[in-house]
Design a protein around this ligand. Structure first.
Ligand code: GLC
Ligand code: GLC
Length: 613
């Protein structure tokens, strides 16, 4: 009964917002109103099916809404098959996740999908079925509960921009079922596709040019990504309602965070780039309102790999509470290549702030390519020509630059636009594969950034033992053309086996990573997102301050291959002695600092002393 009151309270609170959003998207004719009433029925039904345990979680999160901003948060991401064989294997790795300190695990798409190529599972054939090779939906729900009992939130993808061409809806649309033809953008000839393609961008030009692919019956269907991924038509309210059903189904399995895939692309409008349109935000807000009513502890993470001005638009407690931070990611690699911290320092000072109640997911790399998504205008202010610099970076990471330590692969090179992205594992991109003596330190310096800038640091599992590129994808014809697979290795058994040997490279990475993780967990200044720029007066040394209530931590990272000095006067504004948190050593007040190549220092100063000065 109490639960029912809870539902009514939340519905009364969020219904006006949901109804306004629905009207803004779909108007208010009689048929639309009918869809809306049915939607409300769906929410109530879903709530009635939500388990006691999840309702308890809803209450718990409502009382502690900042839970995901804690400095104890640490994410990991992996492919179920590659990392552990299946869901049972993931379950058996829980003790390792706990040992590592994970509080969040993102399992890459594990849904039913086409068998040969499914874009790594991003072509979903059923949101309610686990790929039988990996396990079952019941196993997944049990895994979610077991993870939660171990303090770990389960994160899954909500691939809602498109379905696979094998999805039941796609099959029905193909068969011209009138109830489903409008689930996708299907046109009889090239007229509309030609018109749209005047202004859309090519995302996977290696697969097909433009945004459409031709069906066997001659019609054309919108496919932003692979030809077997058909974009859903959210102009049709029935699509929104259907996807709300899938979303709430997943929430009721115990998924705590949904990674909202490809958010930039979910709304199309002729004459525009069909990316980041205002309606894309309204749609996300509508999904958010739905969750607040029927699965209130569910959070969304935005995956928008776009211009930084556009990324931030998705981050809002009423839209996506979490967002990947691709700018920080790309600029970490920029810093490693150039050994200059200007662009990264600028991004941290000017583009790091977030609305209250939200957080970045900071990462060194993901399962995807690295694109150079910094803003041209930001680069120009530092005297950097963006286009030329992007060319340099892609060259540097893909073997086109003499003396580079990196072993990355080019991805989706587009001769028409000059666009070229980079794929590879952290260790291979950072020099371990090439035998660069600074590689281990470089991997750790990169992770020291994501561990100290706030939000949720997200590890690509296997990178904590320095896993290298895996070239076996070249032997699998179905995926040989997609270089991102180089960076998605199978469980690196040997590297994990060596992780205890401090003199081995895997051991060196693991040992350093553990230290970063342990110290981060104990450093409350690293919670939240407040960050103040700190000019080190040295172009190779990144500096920033993380303020806490009584203390602050000064982060310094030397990205040069040589030792670097921080002059005494640079530190003279800091008061009192500091404690270096990673080593435990005292740093005397305003003494100059000598930083070894790639050295990381986290200096804690007491603000109380500051006040006395
Ligand atoms: C996201 C995924 C990427 C996938 C694409 C299409 O960007 O991260 O791997 O190819 O969406 O679903
Ligand atoms: C997806 C793709 C990535 C592309 C991006 C465009 O994330 O994986 O390659 O750059 O979409 O937004």
């Amino acid at each position: 009964m109490l639960d029912r009151l809870d539902f009514d309270r939340r519905r009364d609170q969020h219904l006006p917002r949901l109804s306004g959003l629905f009207q803004a998207l779909y108007g208010s004719d009689v048929a639309t109103q009918d869809q809306f009433l049915q939607l409300l029925g769906d929410l109530e039904q879903s709530w009635s099916e939500r388990s006691e345990a999840l309702r308890a979680l809803d209450t718990q999160r409502e009382l502690a809404p900042d839970w995901f901003q804690s400095n104890r948060m640490l994410g990991g991401v992996c492919y179920v098959d590659r990392f552990a064989g299946g869901l049972a294997g993931i379950r058996s790795r829980i003790p390792y996740f706990v040992e590592l300190g994970l509080s969040y695990i993102h399992l890459m798409p594990l849904y039913a999908a086409p068998s040969a190529n499914s874009d790594g599972g991003y072509a979903v054939s059923s949101y309610r079925e686990v790929n039988p090779a990996l396990g079952t939906m019941d196993e997944l729900a049990a895994l979610a509960a077991e993870l939660r009992a171990n303090g770990i939130s389960l994160v899954l993808d909500f691939v809602f921009n498109h379905t696979s061409n094998e999805h039941e809806w796609a099959q029905k649309a193909l068969a011209r079922d009138p109830a489903f033809e409008n689930f996708y953008f299907i046109y009889p000839d090239r007229e509309q596709p030609d018109a749209f393609e005047q202004t859309t961008r090519e995302i996977f030009p290696d697969d097909h040019p433009g945004s459409f692919v031709q069906l066997e019956d001659g019609r054309w269907v919108w496919s932003t990504f692979y030809h077997f991924q058909w974009d859903l038509n959210y102009r049709n309210p029935a699509v929104f309602r259907a996807m709300v059903g899938e979303l709430l189904f997943l929430a009721n399995q115990g998924i705590e965070i949904l990674r909202m895939d490809a958010v930039a692309f979910i709304w199309k409008q002729l004459g525009t780039a069909c990316e980041n349109l205002p309606e894309a935000h309204l749609l996300l807000q509508a999904f958010n309102a739905v969750a607040r009513i029927a699965a209130p502890s569910l959070l969304f993470k935005s995956e928008a790999i776009v211009h930084p001005d556009a990324i931030i638009e998705y981050v809002d407690p009423e839209e996506c509470q979490l967002s990947y931070n691709p700018l920080q990611m790309a600029l970490i690699w920029n810093t490693l290549a150039t050994r200059e911290v200007g662009l990264l320092a600028q991004a941290l000072t000017e583009r790091h702030a977030l609305p209250a109640g939200t957080a970045w997911v900071n990462y060194v790399r993901s399962h995807d390519d690295i694109g150079w998504t910094f803003a041209d205008e930001d680069a120009a202010r530092l005297g950097i020509d963006a286009a030329g610099h992007r060319r340099f970076l892609s060259d540097f990471y893909t073997g086109g630059f003499a003396g580079s330590f990196a072993r990355g692969l080019p991805f989706q090179e587009n001769p028409r636009t000059g666009d070229r992205r980079v794929a590879g594992s952290t260790a291979s991109l950072a020099g371990l594969e090439a035998g660069d003596p600074l590689a281990v330190a470089r991997i750790l310096a990169a992770h020291a950034v994501i561990m100290s800038t706030g939000g949720i640091p997200l590890l690509y599992l296997g990178d904590e033992v320095g896993q290298l590129n895996d070239y076996s994808f070249r032997d699998d014809a179905a995926i040989a053309g997609d270089a991102r697979w180089a960076g998605r290795p199978w469980f690196p058994l040997d590297s994990y086996a060596q992780r205890g040997e401090a003199t081995s490279s895997p051991g060196g990475v693991f040992h350093g990573m553990r230290r970063l993780i342990q110290v981060r967990r104990a450093t409350t200044e690293f919670a939240g997102n407040a960050l103040i720029g700190f000019d080190t007066k040295n172009p190779h040394v990144l500096g920033f301050l993380r303020p806490g209530p009584d203390t602050q931590v000064l982060v310094l990272i030397n990205f040069a291959d040589t030792a670097q000095q921080i002059a005494a006067e640079v530190l003279s504004g800091m008061n009192g002695d500091a404690t270096e948190l990673l080593s435990g050593r005292r740093h005397p007040h305003a003494a100059e600092l000598l930083l070894a190549p790639m050295a990381v220092v986290w200096l804690r100063y007491s603000d109380a002393e500051h006040a006395q000065a």
